[in-house]
Design a protein around this ligand. Structure first.
Ligand code: UDP
Ligand code: LCN
Length: 819
């Protein structure tokens, strides 16, 4: 609808809107009268459209209105605020691009307004006094970025690394002296006090350039494989230190890349050179809220894909660091520490252990640091929503432990989720090191109007702390890693998670007129993978974990109910459609069961197996999960699913899960991920890695992972009938032409190998660490000014909010994820 006369990116809405309103003046006057009927209020896009449909009830007249520019403007409107006689519109013609206008209902005149003015319109709905107070507190983080480069195209968002290299190149281009920044930077590189790359003999760009010419001639005469040690002494005399490479060939390549940069900087060579530098040896990864462990933690509250992601990330990162350090010709052991909370009441997990080596790594550990209250160590688990009072002390204690354990400062710190990112920011600031952040999922977009209604929600969720902490961390970070584009800037119709922090307001507390800019080159998309030693194609027969097959056979096909499974499958020749997730409302497993129950054709074609939760609501400690369990039982009865449906309780053995996906593939089945919203969706890539054709939600990350109809299928979680029809159509086609299943299976695997592997991720992550560390150096003054502002914000706003969060005491508690 309304796509034909779309605004050009360069056209502004304010330029187009008056004419558009004039053309449909009669209808628009009536529409605005309708909008104003209920007085002051916030209207979402769907409210605007619904009320317009009531006013213009003739379909063809409505289509005419919507086909024009006006239609485009209305479809691009995210929300509007009615404040008679005005309606203020927040229009988003493209991802990340916002325009604000106010329209008078009396004469349909249009006026551009600022972000501040629009936020004030919103505030007036809840807190008029504060909105009208000229001295209400406004936070403007963008004010410090005026000298910084920005991307300009929505399509470039998330390609920060590439853009940063281009910007750096432009800073270094011109006379040779401009490249002195590189020389100064190389002079700072060292490992435990030992210089790397160059020493003071080469302290100017001119000297370095000359020395590179001499070294190149020398290296050209050596056999390519000559080890660095064989010419190390001579190189030292010339001013070179270790780090250029392990062999003559590698050293020559690195030196030539630098020579080209010094001669005429270009982004490709600059990125290549910076990526090769020995900068990162020790990495700290924060994932603060527990339970974080390697066994028996999945399924505990707040513990899902984040843990899986970090453990796999560490393995791939260590492997990448080892490869690079070897190629640099260094004999250094990298260290990676995952810092989490030590929970004395560990409930059968190892979360009370201080130090735990990470399996399948040589130099990586989990280090656990307890939370303290005035009464000493806090024994119990604390929900991620209530975690703020402990974080400052935790940062101090963790920093001391890290410095002790690593015998020095880490080179890079990565945060995960709000709590980890805040702690990472505090530590990075204190130690002066490079900081990256990862969110997995930001909470703000999950709850409608969570900013404007913060006072209502705060007692339960403490969103004021969370949004402020997120804003602090995003602004403090040197780079931000996201799994998908949509996480940053959403899609055509839906704002991204980060984008929702661009401008928001907590009336009575703080109006954030510029929280984060999604066009900032700190944003990078680096999608995770799945551990390919666990999740590999069902066709790789010799690798398969056959030891689990009897248990899986029992799990899927035995007749009697027990603690691990209920329901049974009468016709085991049918393919199985499979899903596995936590039993949250948002994961929508019950939705899938309902779609299946209602679709006879699908039930004739396939069986349904799901993994998630418990069967007994009383066993669950989470209110939301209890309700979902009850709903599942109701659906089984209502749709008489016995004989076609198996429900398996949550599974914790990832090796067995890997084999389970493959056993489902053996039945020529499919994986279905029906979530109402999914930030990324690790199960989607696990299934695809196993060669299982996959149907996944079009709401969130999976919409990017899968190319619809090519490497899997998108399904609409809000339209169950259409989704179950799509699944049934596929299996019907496969019956006629079995090769269709093979094509989808192979295309899913191809997609994974091209875009979603930990190898690709780790390579990108170390490049980010290297390039943003240099960028930080080049950009020192601006960074410092911004840090001062962040610090003020943290001290004056955030710390006061933290005081409103109750501190836990070690009394018996109810575990509740509140998700
Ligand atoms: N998982 C599991 N057992 C279960 C349910 C899920 O091992 O019963 C694993 C699943 O294989 C995946 C992770 O938990 O690795 C869930 O990650 P995802 O990104 O799909 O969702 P999240 O739980 O993080 O929202
Ligand atoms: C959190 C989520 O909600 C999932 O969508 C992700 O896959 C997981 O974290 C890992 O990043």
């Amino acid at each position: 609808m309304a796509s034909a006369p779309a605004l050009k990116r360069t056209d502004s809405v304010i330029d187009n809107m008056p004419d558009a309103l004039r053309q449909s003046r009669y209808h628009m006057k009536r529409c605005f009268a309708k909008y104003l009927e209920k007085g002051r209020r916030i209207m979402k896009h769907h409210h605007l459209m619904e009320e317009m449909e009531l006013v213009i009830d003739d379909n063809s007249e409505r289509s005419q209105v919507l086909e024009g520019i006006l239609g485009f403007i209305l479809t691009s409107t995210q929300e509007a605020v009615v404040d008679p006689p005005y309606v203020a519109f927040a229009i988003r013609p493209n991802p990340g691009v916002w325009e604000f206008v106010k329209v008078s209902s009396e004469d349909l005149s249009v006026e551009a307004i600022t972000t501040t003015d629009f936020l004030k319109f919103k505030e007036r709905v809840n807190d008029e006094k504060w909105a009208n107070d000229e001295n209400s507190f406004e936070a403007d983080f963008g004010a410090f970025d005026f000298q910084l480069p920005q991307l300009s195209l929505s399509s470039s968002i998330g390609n920060g690394l590439e853009f940063t290299s281009k910007f750096l190149t432009s800073k270094l281009t011109g006379k040779l002296e401009k490249t002195q920044a590189i020389v100064d930077y190389l002079l700072t590189l060292n490992h435990q006090g030992e210089s790397l790359m160059i020493n003071e003999n080469l302290n100017s760009a001119a000297k370095l350039q000359m020395a590179l010419v001499v070294a190149d001639a020398f290296l050209s005469a050596l056999p390519q494989g000559t080890a660095y040690q064989n010419f190390e002494l001579r190189f030292k005399e010339w001013g070179f230190e270790r780090g250029w490479g392990d062999t003559a060939e590698r050293v020559k390549e690195t030196m030539r890349t630098l020579s080209e940069v010094l001669q005429a900087p270009d982004p490709m060579n600059l990125e290549k050179f910076l990526s090769r530098l020995p900068i990162i040896f020790n990495v700290v990864i924060f994932s603060v809220h527990g339970y974080f462990g390697q066994a028996d933690v999945l399924g505990l509250p707040d513990t899902g894909g984040q843990v899986v992601y970090i453990l796999d990330q560490v393995k791939s990162l260590e492997a990448e660091l080892l490869t690079r350090i070897k190629q640099q010709g260094l004999n250094v052991k990298p260290q990676i520490l995952v810092i989490t909370r030590l929970i004395p009441d560990a409930r059968g997990t190892k979360c009370h252990q201080e130090l735990e080596p990470i399996s399948d790594t040589k130099h990586s550990h989990i280090l656990r640091v307890p939370f303290y209250t005035e009464k000493g160590i806090l024994r119990q688990w604390v929900s991620r929503f209530d975690i703020y009072p402990y974080l400052e002390r935790f940062t101090q204690d963790a920093t001391t432990k890290i410095l002790e354990f690593m015998e020095g400062k880490p080179d890079l710190v990565i945060g995960n989720y709000t709590d980890g990112n805040l702690v990472a920011s505090l530590m990075a600031r204190k130690l002066g090191i490079t900081q990256g952040t990862i969110a997995h999922a930001l909470e703000k977009t999950k709850y409608e109007d969570s900013d404007i209604k913060w006072k209502e929600l705060d007692p339960k969720y403490h969103f004021s702390c969370q949004f402020m902490a997120d804003t602090v961390a995003m602004n403090a970070a040197d780079f931000i890693i996201t799994s998908t584009y949509q996480e940053i800037a959403g899609s055509k119709d839906r704002p991204g998670q980060y984008e929702s922090h661009a401008a928001f307001t907590l009336p009575g507390l703080c109006r954030v007129v510029s929280g984060i800019n999604v066009f900032d080159p700190k944003f990078n998309i680096a999608a995770p993978g799945a551990d390919q030693s666990v999740y590999f194609p069902y066709t790789e027969k010799e690798k398969r974990f056959t030891q689990f097959q009897p248990a899986i056979e029992e799990l899927l096909f035995s007749k009697a109910d027990n603690n691990e499974h209920i329901g049974y499958l009468v016709d085991r020749r049918k393919p199985i459609i499979f899903s596995m997730a936590r039993l949250d409302v948002v994961k929508n497993l019950s939705g899938l069961v309902e779609w299946f129950g209602k679709n006879k054709r699908l039930r004739n074609l396939v069986n349904l197996v799901i993994v998630g939760g418990f069967f007994d609501p009383l066993k669950s400690k989470d209110r939301e999960e209890m309700a979902e369990i009850r709903k599942m039982h109701d659906l089984i009865d209502k749709h008489q699913l016995k004989g076609q449906f198996r429900w398996i309780a949550a599974q914790t053995n990832r090796y067995r899960n890997g084999e389970l996906y493959r056993c489902i593939a053996d039945t020529r089945g499919a994986f279905v991920q029906p979530a109402l919203y999914e930030a990324f969706g690790l199960t989607v890539i696990e299934a695809m890695n196993c060669g299982l054709p996959t149907f996944a939600t079009n709401q969130g990350g999976p919409a990017e992972i899968i190319v619809d109809g090519v490497s899997g299928f998108h399904i609409d979680p809000l339209n169950g009938d259409e989704s179950s029809k799509k699944i049934a159509d596929f299996f019907e086609k496969c019956k006629v032409d079995p090769s269709r299943w093979n094509v989808l299976s192979a295309a899913g695997l191809q997609r994974i190998n091209e875009c979603y592997t930990w190898k690709i991720y780790a390579n990108k992550m170390v490049n980010m660490g290297n390039i943003y560390t240099f960028w930080r150096q080049v950009n020192k003054e601006q960074k410092e000014a911004k840090h001062r502002y962040i610090q003020m914000f943290y001290n004056l706003i955030f710390k006061n909010l933290v005081k409103t969060v109750p501190v836990a005491s070690d009394e018996p508690q109810q575990l509740e994820a509140k998700q």
